[in-house]
Design a binder for this molecule. Structure first.
Ligand SMILES: C[S@@+](CC[C@H](N)C(=O)[O-])C[C@H]1O[C@@H](n2cnc3c(N)ncnc32)[C@H](O)[C@@H]1O
Length: 248
């Protein structure tokens, strides 16, 4: 199990915990033709930016579930700051196996498909909360270039090339499971940088302020190794897509 505290430290200033920018997330939301009052479930919602900004921009209502208490606290504060605290609610809970009490119009898992044991299991999990004809949103990495060396695989933080698909294969896999892909937005190198690089300043500031903390050496190690590793591998090999799906 990963240490949630590391994510709270490195992503303490992030509102979006994935490699899309605010502009990309807003453009994607606008492209979905969301109707006022649409109910959106977001499993592993992080700091809730998708729900809160879409509630502000499209008047959706929503429920976000995440097991990081720091992110849930940020999500509630952000919803209140945007004036949508009545429209979107956030629950601190394990999203693995989470099914909404009442069916929703849109069910999302953006960047955490391990909650369903992978993409197929997450589609099945989300579908259990979905109204017939509703929309699924899934955020998932893919290979821009498939790594062929153990060094490159390790640099991307995965045990094997089977961990991800290429983008055509990922989109094809949705079709093979009975879904139409109806929208998509992909990270760019620049948007990856906006996700990754602010983590380094957050870690540096935290390490300076917590020299005696038990996580200090781990954070210092990440700071010393990650920028070079990111530039050599993740930035080059790994893509990231948020797709919208409707069952056939
Ligand atoms: C890559 S972040 C994505 C967060 C958010 N969807 C976003 O795009 O901003 C992954 C999120 O999954 C959450 N998470 C991981 N495992 C979880 C679980 N079993 N149940 C609920 N949340 C989980 C983490 O706390 C983190 O917020």
């Amino acid at each position: 199990m990963f240490d949630l505290r590391i994510f709270s430290i490195r992503e303490s200033r992030h509102r979006i915990h994935n490699p899309l920018t605010e502009r990309q997330l807003a453009a994607f939301g606008a492209a979905l033709d969301l109707t006022a009052g649409a109910r959106v479930l977001d499993l592993a919602c992080g700091s809730g930016e998708l729900l809160s900004t879409w509630a502000r921009d499209h008047r959706i209502t929503g429920l976000g579930v995440d097991l990081n208490p720091d992110f849930i606290a940020h999500a509630r504060a952000r919803a209140d700051a945007l004036g949508v605290g009545d429209a979107v609610k956030f629950v601190e809970a394990d999203a693995a196996g989470y099914v909404a009490d009442d069916p929703v119009d849109v069910a999302a898992c953006v960047g955490a498909t391990w909650i369903g044991g992978g993409v197929p299991g997450t589609l099945d999990l989300l579908s259990r909360s979905l109204e017939p004809g509703g929309m699924l949103l899934v955020g998932e990495p893919y290979w821009r270039t498939v790594p062929t060396t153990p060094e490159a695989l390790a640099g991307c933080g995965v045990p094997s090339a089977e961990e991800f698909l290429t983008l055509p294969d990922l989109l094809g896999s949705f079709g093979a499971r009975g879904y139409d892909v109806v929208e998509m937005v992909c990270a760019t190198e620049e948007s990856w940088d906006r996700y990754q690089a602010p983590q380094w300043l957050a870690m540096r500031r935290w390490a300076d302020a917590h020299p005696d903390h038990e996580l200090h050496d781990e954070v210092r190690h990440l700071l010393a190794t990650e920028p070079q590793q990111y530039a050599a591998f993740t930035r080059r090999y790994v893509g990231w897509a948020l797709v919208a799906l409707i069952a056939r």
